[in-house]
Ligand binder design. Structure first.
Ligand code: NAI
Length: 235
């Protein structure tokens, strides 16, 4: 039976690949988007995850259209890179507010529905290799992504007895608009440090997420799954 799935920030990049992969597996998939048109074939719900009322309204819409969310992928995230001494407090707090507190808002709303349904659920948080390794110029982003690991593992402990799994995917460098903007030299330098010698594809992240939301991952919770070509191994 089709499950009701929601992917935040699912209108482009990694989130869209995840949404398409879940839909290909037979799920009814909704994506949150902020501007423009939502992608074809998916239920687009307008939502800024920094606003609790918008999060609530988006979930209500998804519940009406495709039922309570059984599979949540918290993917929406931003960067505002700067060396720490030059970083404004607003650049720090706004990244935390989107990536970490935004995830809290979305997950809290989803869990309420999952507990009411009493049929378990699947939650996947999209972190980053940077949250585990650190990255100069990204103290805000790395703190938010490391925060997701503590958040997810704590929640896995809270919700395990209810049959809800919570896992974290930590992508490395993935071919997206973000990495396409890197100067060629910098991209080559990064690839030298990746054991597999290349950037990953959005499809490779989506495949890991689909596995974690699937039946075969029923005994996996609180795990941090790196999909990074080996870049961050050892954490
Ligand atoms: P992207 O910038 O293409 O997509 C991010 C999505 O999040 C967009 O749809 C955007 O609208 C949404 N979003 C941002 N702020 C939002 C807000 N306040 N409310 C609702 N939606 C919001 O980024 P990409 O590359 O697809 O990244 C997706 C996730 O994967 C992010 O969490 C990112 O940190 C993470 N990631 C990406 C890597 C990469 O190499 N591209 C590497 C590691 C992690």
């Amino acid at each position: 039976m089709a499950r009701s799935a929601l992917v935040t920030g699912g209108s482009r990049g990694i989130g869209l690949a995840i949404a398409r992969e879940l839909a290909a597996g037979g799920d009814d998939v909704a994506v949150t988007y902020r501007s423009g048109e939502p992608p074809e074939g998916l239920l687009g719900v307008h939502c800024d995850i920094t606003d609790t009322a918008q999060v609530d309204a988006a979930f209500t819409r998804v519940e009406e259209e495709q039922g309570p969310v059984e599979v949540l992928v918290a993917n929406a995230g931003i960067t505002k890179d700067q060396l720490m001494l030059l970083m404004s407090e607003d650049d720090f707090t706004s990244v935390l507010d989107t990536n970490l507190t935004g995830t809290f808002r979305v997950v809290k709303r989803a869990v309420r529905g999952m507990l009411r349904r009493r049929r378990g659920g699947r939650i996947v948080l999209i972190s980053s290799v940077v949250g585990l390794m650190g990255s100069g110029g990204q103290v805000n982003y790395a703190a938010s992504k490391a925060g997701l690991v503590g958040f997810g593992r704590s929640l896995a402990r809270e919700l395990g007895s209810r049959g809800i799994t919570v896992n974290i995917v930590a992508p490395g460098f993935i071919e997206t608009d973000m990495t396409a903007a890197l100067p060629e030299e910098r991209a080559a330098e990064i690839k030298k440090n990746v054991p597999l010698g290349r950037f990953g594809s959005t499809g490779e992240i989506a495949a890991a997420v689909r596995f974690l939301t699937g039946e075969n991952a029923g005994y996996i919770t609180g795990a941090v799954i790196p999909v990074d070509g080996g870049l961050g191994m050892g954490h």
